[in-house]
Design a binder for this molecule. Sequence first.
Ligand SMILES: Nc1ncnc2c1ncn2[C@@H]1O[C@H](COP(=O)(O)OP(=O)(O)OP(=O)(O)O)[C@@H](O)[C@H]1O
Ligand SMILES: [Mg+2]
Length: 252
Amino acid sequence: MSFVTVSNLWQRYGTRSILERVNVDIHEGEFISIVGASGCGKSTFLRMLLAQEQPYRGEIRIDGGTPAREPNLERGVVFQKYSVFPHLSVRDNLIAAESFNTPFGRLSRNARKAAGRRADDMLERIGLNHVAHQYPASLSGGMQQRLAIGQAMNAKPRILLLDEPFGALDPGTRLQMHDFLMELRDETNMTVFMVTHDLQEGFKLGDRVLVFDKPRWDPHDPGRYGATITYDFDARDGGIPFQMKEETDVSE
Ligand SMILES: Nc1ncnc2c1ncn2[C@@H]1O[C@H](COP(=O)(O)OP(=O)(O)OP(=O)(O)O)[C@@H](O)[C@H]1O
Ligand SMILES: [Mg+2]
């Protein structure tokens, strides 16, 4: 059964079409890699999955529910740019990510203790236990990104949205984060959408690789048509070529 159902989704900013006729069904627990040229609307698609913005046309349903009007803890996100709280220590950043769950963002003493233990466990896994009491500004870019990933994962979202999460990391750290992400995914069966510019990474981690591109193009008016999913590759066997998605009907 489809868990995330995207039906005839369009997005438009002013007179510019960004996305058009995006249709896709995702099963619970699938890892979806998203690739495509810069500016083609990948982050826009993630923002709509997060319900941070509403589509121009069409809808996204999660688990058959009504389309969400605003973000909630069911969906965790790591943005292209670091998104940690600058005024909280590294450890408190992890605890705060959980406290959004409770009314007024407050945790009881026991809940706070338990959150503290989970934060310590996460600090260990993301390799930041030695800087637990520092503020994000004192960390390197890669360390801040690891914190952002740990923060999103600590809330155990059913859907994790990752917008080029490993772009700023050195190759060794990147591989560590791959392993860490796959472990967490096996433990939680979360559904993951990850935008990446690294095809190899997309195929390594993804069960499917979706390619966003513009199926039609007006050279006199580049903003006239939007992008859509032009390929949907099965990446489970680790191999490359694959079936082409059925030709999208591009007639108005
Ligand atoms: N809030 C907005 N208002 C107007 N235009 C926007 C807005 N957000 C994005 N855009 C435009 O929509 C297009 C798609 O942007 P988006 O950030 O989704 O692309 P992307 O595929 O994520 O690119 P990149 O790979 O560079 O991150 C871009 O041309 C961008 O300038
Ligand atoms: Mg983007």
